[in-house]
Design a protein around this ligand. Structure first.
Ligand code: ARG
Length: 569
């Protein structure tokens, strides 16, 4: 890939004694507005090394750098060295690279031989799949695709919440008020109402709590009936979740949930004892984290039962042994931050230096009309409902604009679902989001359908051009792409690899989501200003090359955030 910044650093380096090319590279900036050049050196950063004023440094450097193929001109403005690139050289190099790499544009093999474990989605069995779970699912899925694109082996784990005292409650409720037919008919919805009913009834009748405890104990001891019901509840839930994963086009490599670790906790508890980390506190067993300035991590309750943290510790050790990960990433709501901080420290205290490879990737809370989502009170918006409304709306648009579209149901699904995922991945993940039907169903402006539509527009031009493929590669005279719109578009396309790196380092898919809007806007500006399929073959080829490069970038980027890039819409 042509890296203009690197070329500029190489040109400056001989004139800055004491600094390596790489150090210069790191000092270079991309000015916020194109009038200040394409690349700039803030010379105050060199003042210390060169012992001169920034203004003087800028002037001396400008004079020293010889005329060359990379740079068109250099301006000195208040201590900044503003570099204007040789546009046609830059365009030539950048477009050739994008066209050569195509589907691989932006990828790398930096992750070769390394494994990333990503724990995401992870809904709790017998609870509805609501908008809150969408965030974990879409962020995790995107991170998976980003790491994979960069050559890592990824292991996606759906750590199902399939164990815990809530199953005792559910079985109790089922025994009292449920029936096989009702559950078969109502599925997760029915399970949720049984769960809600349990809590209502238990307020009047506290013995139910005791009964639930007993059922959970029977489940833990492997009682036949308890296990059969538990397994049934899981199957019903999974069937429903699977429909959503299919719609979202999300896959997992493992569904080892909390129950998978039932028989793996005892050795860990023993290890904690052996390492003298377990302490008794009010009948419970804890790991003290006072030195870390954190509340203690609860490992065993006073009745001997294990906890969420106990299972997470056992799971992390199992994953390290099984996958030998470079990083293990946990995508959950920010409300679980303390939980992760605590048990990460326990791993550290156990003497495992890979504790530093555990990363919690938190996201902000989803609320509806200012209230937190809550299964128990029925304050939820089901994801299934959102997705089907979005698909329906997209289909209406297609029926109005392009009723003869061949696979319109498939496209409506790809765009409707795309709209939902895109809006979920648009803001920095840590920002709280307030769910609004209007927003989710608004497809104008900075949305997934807008980007997908732009991609399809590029495809349509290429289709109309016919044999574009051959010609685009053969003849590209980049001096013909001399307009501002064309240059700005190429500049935008050129930063795709940087954006992917930034998203990977910050574990932040929104970097790519917002970047795609930028690409689409730049493409549309170019598209509106410059006819592409013109008579002049050379101009036509040059513009087609640009369209093709934009198309590759858009489709690669869309895939990285988990969206499809349909060719016709
Ligand atoms: N099941 C949990 C929830 O819905 C999320 C699990 C996250 N992963 C983990 N290893 N703790 O809140």
């Amino acid at each position: 890939m042509y890296d203009a910044k690197l070329e500029v650093s190489k040109l400056l380096a001989p004139h800055v004694t004491g600094l390596e090319t790489q150090e210069i590279y790191n000092m270079l900036e991309v000015p916020p507005n194109p009038e200040m050049g394409d690349i700039a050196m803030p010379c105050f950063r060199l003042s210390k090394v060169l012992r001169k004023s920034p203004v003087q440094i800028a002037e001396e450097l400008a004079a020293a750098v010889q005329e060359n193929e990379h740079i068109e001109r250099i301006e000195c403005v208040s201590g900044y060295l503003n570099v204007f690139l040789n546009r046609s050289h830059f365009i030539q190099k950048t477009l050739s690279h994008i066209l050569e790499t195509g589907k691989g544009y932006g990828s790398s093999d930096m992750g070769k031989g390394k494994t990333i474990v990503i724990d995401y989605s992870s809904p709790n069995i017998a609870k509805p799949f609501h908008v809150g779970h969408l965030r974990s699912t879409s962020i995790g899925n995107s991170l998976y695709r980003i790491f994979e694109f960069m050559g890592y082996r990824c292991v996606g784990i759906n750590y199902l919440g399939d164990w815990g005292t809530q199953f005792g409650k559910l079985i109790t409720a089922y025994k009292h008020w449920g029936s096989e037919e009702a559950v078969k008919k109502g599925l997760v919805k029915e399970l949720v109402s049984l769960y809600v009913k349990f809590h209502q009834e238990a307020e009047e009748n506290p013995e139910l709590e005791e009964e639930a405890r007993q059922w959970f104990a029977r489940l833990e001891q492997g009682d036949e009936e308890a296990r059969r019901l538990w397994k049934w509840f899981i199957d019903i839930s999974m069937e429903e979740y699977q429909k959503i994963y299919d719609l979202l086009d999300v896959k997992f490599d493992s569904y080892n949930g909390e129950s998978f670790y039932n028989d793996k906790m005892q050795p860990v508890i023993q290890e904690l004892k052996d390492k003298e980390l377990l302490k008794e506190s009010q009948g419970a067993m804890i790991v003290d984290l006072e030195e870390e300035d954190l509340p203690p991590c609860l490992i065993l309750k006073s009745d001997g039962s294990t906890l969420y943290a106990t299972r997470d510790i056992a799971a992390a050790i199992y994953r390290k042994n099984t996958y030998d990960f470079e990083k293990c990433i946990y995508v959950t709501g920010v409300s679980q931050s303390l939980h992760f901080r605590q048990w990460f420290k326990v791993i550290k205290k156990m003497g495992y230096d890979w504790h530093k490879d555990l990363h919690h990737v938190p996201f902000g809370t989803v609320s509806i009309g200012g209230e937190k989502l809550a299964t128990r009170t029925g304050k939820i918006v089901l994801l299934e409902e959102i997705l089907s409304k979005a698909i329906e709306k997209t289909l209406e648009t297609i029926e109005a604009k392009n009723p003869n579209l061949e696979n319109k149901h498939e496209v409506a699904q790809q765009m409707g679902v795309g709209a939902v995922i895109f809006s979920d991945l648009f803001s920095n993940r840590i920002k709280d989001v307030s769910f609004s039907w209007d927003e989710v169903l608004n497809f104008d402006g900075e949305t997934g359908p807008y980007v997908q539509y732009t991609h399809a527009r590029a495809c349509s031009v290429l289709r109309k051009a016919g044999d574009a493929d051959v010609e685009v590669q053969a003849g590209l005279d980049s001096t013909l792409l001399s307009s501002e719109e064309e240059f700005q578009l190429v500049k935008t396309l050129a930063v795709f690899p940087d954006k992917i790196m930034q998203a990977l380092e910050d574990l932040e898919p929104s970097v790519i989501t917002r970047y795609l809007v930028d690409v689409a806007q730049n493409f549309n500006r170019f598209y509106h200003e410059h006819p592409i399929l013109v008579e002049d073959q050379a101009v036509r080829n040059a513009r087609l090359a640009l369209v093709k490069a934009a198309k590759s970038t858009l489709s690669n980027g869309l895939r990285l955030i988990g969206l499809h890039a349909p060719e016709r819409v």
